[in-house]
Write a protein that binds this ligand. Structure first.
Ligand SMILES: [Mn+2]
Length: 220
């Protein structure tokens, strides 16, 4: 799974290299898949998401032929399969300079992602880990726009127990691998999701996806 995480970061770097004003979403998805397969991914984990501009307001937007434009958020959700095990990795890029609203939405999601990370430990309740991220998004006024759970287990399948969500009854144990993926989705505007694959271990949470996520680094 560590290797699958590294391959997904290679995919994200390929996205960075090709993202520009005028490129189509499906071209970006193709570049990411090619880079990952060339480095040893035997498969891609699921149909990638490349959701740009208004399409980023939909968490399961898939990929379209839309041309990416200056000022767009572009949410990339991808994963690699390696020796039967999976990774799940999401970053949101911005083409050009963020508006004030884009910056505030992005920083809120990043804060939620980072606040949840240290709580992904043996013995933690899934509902409580979700709550930590959700509180941050609610305080920023976007509670209604965080329309899914914080995370899910993964391994041989993309979605496995344990879950991190409002309704989760699961307790995390050493050796579990879960996603940490808060998001804000505003129809008629845009959306942001930031996701890491995280290992629960005796020495604390370990991110298996390590790609940068500071907004200044995500500016293309
Ligand atoms: Mn996921």
């Amino acid at each position: 799974m560590k290797q699958a995480g590294e391959l997904s970061d290679i995919g994200m770097e390929a996205v960075r290299e090709c993202l520009r004003d005028g490129i189509r979403e499906y071209e970006v998805a193709a570049e990411a898949a090619y880079a990952m397969r060339k480095e040893g991914a035997v498969d891609i984990t699921f149909p990638f998401i490349v959701a740009s501009g208004p399409r980023s307001a939909y968490p399961h937007a898939g990929v379209s032929g839309r041309k990416i434009r200056k000022g767009d958020f572009v949410t990339i959700d991808l994963g690699a399969t390696c020796n039967g095990y999976l990774s799940d990795n999401t970053r949101t890029f911005i083409i050009g300079s963020p508006s004030e609203r884009q910056r505030s939405v992005y920083e809120t999601v990043l804060e939620a992602n980072e606040a949840a990370l240290p709580e992904i430990r043996d013995g933690a309740e899934g509902v409580n880990v979700d709550r930590i991220a959700r509180d941050i998004i609610e305080s920023a006024g976007y509670g209604d726009a965080f329309i899914h759970g914080l995370g899910h287990g993964l391994g041989l399948e993309v979605h496995e127990p344990p879950s991190l969500s409002k309704r989760s009854k699961d307790t995390l144990r050493d050796g579990n691998v879960v996603s940490d993926e808060p998001g804000i989705y505003v129809k008629g505007f845009e959306g942001v999701r930031i996701e890491d694959t995280v290992l629960v271990s005796a020495s604390g949470p370990k991110r298996l996806t390590k790609y940068d996520k500071d907004l200044d680094v995500m500016r293309m």
